[in-house]
Ligand binder design. Structure first.
Ligand code: S3P
Length: 176
């Protein structure tokens, strides 16, 4: 049984939905950013400050490689992870990649008061979010095996994922 990896924009609910999903499936939950923070011994914001975004992306890529070696996990990826082909390639055809598709207007509201995400600590936050969102959505869609509308409650979304994962497995007749 391989991993289920949630992807999507910041604020789409990867961690909250992922925790619900792991409980319902009896799997362990792992948050990629937390994994990176534990390895680095510092917060994502400090990594950005100290090593720049490129430094963070390298750590993120290493985390992808390491997590893909594990199995039976529900993984919440960071919002940038699946915008890089080198990361999608690590999981593709091995694990099941699920995009939580949430409209820009919804994530804008959820991230309005966010202080923890380095990419959003700018005066023109709304503009940056719109630009990033539009640039990233096609990349997420490309990487994903399954696309789920993520606007419902986390538990409802988790149940939709379970249904779609079962369908996906059936259609691909594989034991992933
Ligand atoms: C990022 C998203 C964050 C975190 C980092 C960069 C991004 O994760 O990995 O701040 O590039 O979208 P969340 O999606 O969990 O906020």
């Amino acid at each position: 049984m391989n991993n289920i990896v949630l992807c999507g924009f910041m604020g789409c609910g990867k961690s909250t939905v992922g925790k619900n999903l792991s409980r319902k499936m009896g799997r362990k939950f792992l948050d990629m950013d937390t994994y990176i923070e534990q390895k680095a011994g510092m917060k994502v914001s400090e990594i950005f400050e100290k090593f720049g975004e490129d430094g963070f992306r390298d750590m993120e890529h290493n985390a992808c490689k390491e997590l893909s070696e594990m199995s039976e996990l529900v993984i919440a990826s960071g919002g940038g992870a699946f915008t890089f082909k080198r990361n999608s390639e690590v999981f593709k055809n091995k694990d099941i990649i699920v995009l939580l598709d949430v409209p820009l207007e919804v994530v804008k509201i959820r991230l309005k008061n966010d202080k923890s995400r380095p990419l959003l600590q700018k005066p023109n936050k709304d503009e940056i979010m719109k630009e990033l969102y539009n640039k990233r959505l096609p990349l997420y869609r490309d990487a994903a095996d399954i696309i789920i509308e993520g606007q419902n409650s986390p538990i409802k979304t988790a149940f939709s994922i379970i249904d779609e994962v079962n369908n996906f497995r059936r259609l691909n007749s594989m034991n992933r």
